[in-house]
Design a protein around this ligand. Structure first.
Ligand SMILES: Cc1cc2nc3c(=O)[nH]c(=O)nc-3n(C[C@H](O)[C@H](O)[C@H](O)COP(=O)(O)OP(=O)(O)OC[C@H]3O[C@@H](n4cnc5c(N)ncnc54)[C@H](O)[C@@H]3O)c2cc1C
Ligand SMILES: NC(=O)c1ccc[n+]([C@@H]2O[C@H](COP(=O)([O-])OP(=O)(O)OC[C@H]3O[C@@H](n4cnc5c(N)ncnc54)[C@H](OP(=O)(O)O)[C@@H]3O)[C@@H](O)[C@H]2O)c1
Length: 468
């Protein structure tokens, strides 16, 4: 039997997965209503706090989310943290279903000596800092160093490399946080080393992103032709399975390899088949050098191609390290979590308990459901799958009835927990103010980077209980 009152859904996390989930609920059931919560006052998750500032066009996807927000039945509760401000018991009182779409908030560890030295940072921190995430805006990065090492060759590593190599003029045309624009203006970094532990055919970055590295205004891309040549196992794998993307990737990397340098002020060294083994301190106690081992590729029993160390080693002198080896999901109170995969325990989006039984009314979507991979659009199909399970459960009477399914009831609960919460209309005012602030200097926007600034811009007395 369907729910006895119109469907009420809470979505925790206002990133792409949260917005796609809200959209699909509202499009599928015009009596339903959805409240989207985010711990930050601002919506859009990694589209605001992750996507690189020099990739502005990608951020246009927020227009689609704006259309979802304009649907009757949609509300945004910004600055409301699940776990700190609202609990599962609170939410269950007001909603038939809760969808967790909290993304992957922290970094994966490398597990090597020296990883925690001063000047060794995760890309997660650096990216959040240059994008003006309020929790990261006070971090300091010592850009007086001459050389930086980035570990990993995913698209995030490529973003970090580009930002370190861009000119001030290039960055000044973006929405990079003001303090990061200034810090990068006086950066002394000349050499950036990007380390891939496997070969060119296994590099995780995608081709358009790799192409950009070869076209930087202020940095020569340097690739050793020997490292751009696939080892025999990888070459055979590609010959047996010549997928277009990998063939094109190899062609491109080889076309860059061995190119003459042109005397640009920075050098971007893309390395393959090398892993860091120790990050060594300089005399001042911060990062001074990175020991690396050269790897070879072998085929595992399950057929995968993995790296293993040889006895060839070398050392890179560098005063800064950015570890970019993937993000990691964080467990939420009262929600079953798989520590080994760092995702919410779920089957196709239905949260499951330790006996693999669905927990009635709980769902997961996006990176916290399937792990930290995939582009923005990948989350659409992911969220649609989750919401279809939810709608099927609603139709067959498997959702718990909330004690108070009224919209006012939930609003009262939120207002009591966070009187200073930000609704979508308040966010739209902040958005307009940021865009207006950017206009004078030809920038897409100048971001507010603290919660205090945002509250003040809205004419509020200032946060009573919020951080930032
Ligand atoms: C650095 C970086 C750059 C990227 N660039 C691109 C790109 O250029 N193009 C592309 O297509 N894809 C890009 N991606 C991938 C894309 O950003 C992700 O696929 C997508 O953001 C994942 O969506 P999500 O909603 O699962 O998570 P997120 O976008 O992380 O959203 C999760 C939201 O949940 C909120 N939240 C977390 N915990 C709580 C809590 N306890 N209570 C309330 N709210 C909470 C967070 O504040 C956040 O707003 C990039 C990823 C990264 C890391
Ligand atoms: N422009 C865009 O479209 C864009 C921009 C940014 C991010 N994204 C997406 O966001 C997702 C996350 O990106 P990501 O770069 O964080 O992750 P990713 O694509 O999974 O890349 C992680 C990288 O870290 C390496 N790595 C993992 N463990 C390592 C270790 N112990 N030592 C050395 N290297 C190690 C991986 O190598 P192995 O392959 O050998 O494991 C890989 O090169 C991806 O799907 C990405 O495409 C997209």
């Amino acid at each position: 039997m369907p729910t006895s009152s119109p469907l009420r859904v809470a979505v925790i996390g206002a990133g792409p997965a949260g917005f796609y989930a809200a959209e699909h609920v509202l499009k599928s059931d015009d009596t339903a209503s959805v409240d989207v919560y985010d711990r930050l006052p601002t919506p859009f998750g990694l589209v605001r706090a992750g996507v690189a500032p020099d990739h502005q066009k990608i951020k246009n996807v927020t227009r689609v989310y704006g259309k979802t927000a304009a649907r009757p039945g949609f509300r945004f509760f910004g600055g409301v943290d699940y776990g700190r401000d609202v609990s599962l018991d609170h939410l269950r009182k007001y909603y038939h279903a809760i969808i967790f779409a909290t993304g992957a908030q922290i970094d994966r560890r490398l597990g090597i000596e020296g990883e925690d030295l001063p000047r060794s940072h995760s890309a997660t921190e650096f990216v959040a800092w240059y994008n003006g995430h309020p929790d990261f805006c006070d971090l300091q990065f010592d850009l007086t160093q001459k050389a930086a090492v980035i570990v990993g060759v995913g698209n995030v590593a490529v973003d970090v490399a580009r930002i370190l190599c861009r000119t001030h003029g290039e960055l000044a045309a973006t929405d990079i946080a003001d303090y990061a624009l200034e810090a990068l203006r006086v950066s002394q970094i000349q050499d950036v080393y990007v380390l891939g532990r496997r070969g060119p055919t296994q590099a995780a970055f995608t081709n358009p992103e790799a192409k950009e590295l070869g076209e930087m205004e202020a940095a020569d891309l340097i690739i050793d032709p020997a490292e751009a040549t696939p080892d025999p196992i990888s070459a055979k794998e590609l010959a047996d399975n010549p997928d277009r993307e990998s063939v094109r990737k190899l062609e491109m990397i080889q076309s860059f390899a061995g190119r003459e340098t042109t005397g640009k002020p920075k050098r971007l060294h893309l390395r393959f088949l090398v892993s860091p083994t120790i990050i060594r301190p300089a005399a001042d106690g911060g990062v001074g050098a990175v020991d690396i081992v050269h790897n070879e590729i072998y085929r595992t029993d399950r057929g995968g191609l993995r790296p293993r160390p040889t006895d060839r080693t070398s050392t890179l002198d560098a005063g800064l390290v950015f570890r970019s080896v993937g993000y990691r999901g964080v467990a939420l109170p009262d929600v079953p979590f798989r520590e080994d995969w760092a995702v919410i325990q779920n089957v196709d989006g239905r949260v499951t308990d330790d006996d693999d039984h669905p927990v009635p009314g709980l769902y997961a979507a996006g990176w916290i459901k399937r792990g930290p991979s995939g582009v923005i659009g990948t989350n659409k199909a992911c969220s649609v799958e989750t919401v279809n399970q939810l709608l099927a459960d609603a139709e067959s009477g498997r959702l718990p009835e909330p004690h108070d399914p009224s919209r006012d009831g939930a609003l009262g609960m939120v207002a009591a927990a966070r009187p200073d919460f930000i609704d979508f209309e308040a966010w739209e005012r902040l958005d307009q103010l940021e865009i207006a602030a950017g206009e004078a200097s030809g920038r897409p926007r100048v971001k507010f980077t603290t919660v205090k600034e945002m509250q003040e811009a809205l004419g509020r007395a200032g946060p009573r209980r919020m951080r930032g």
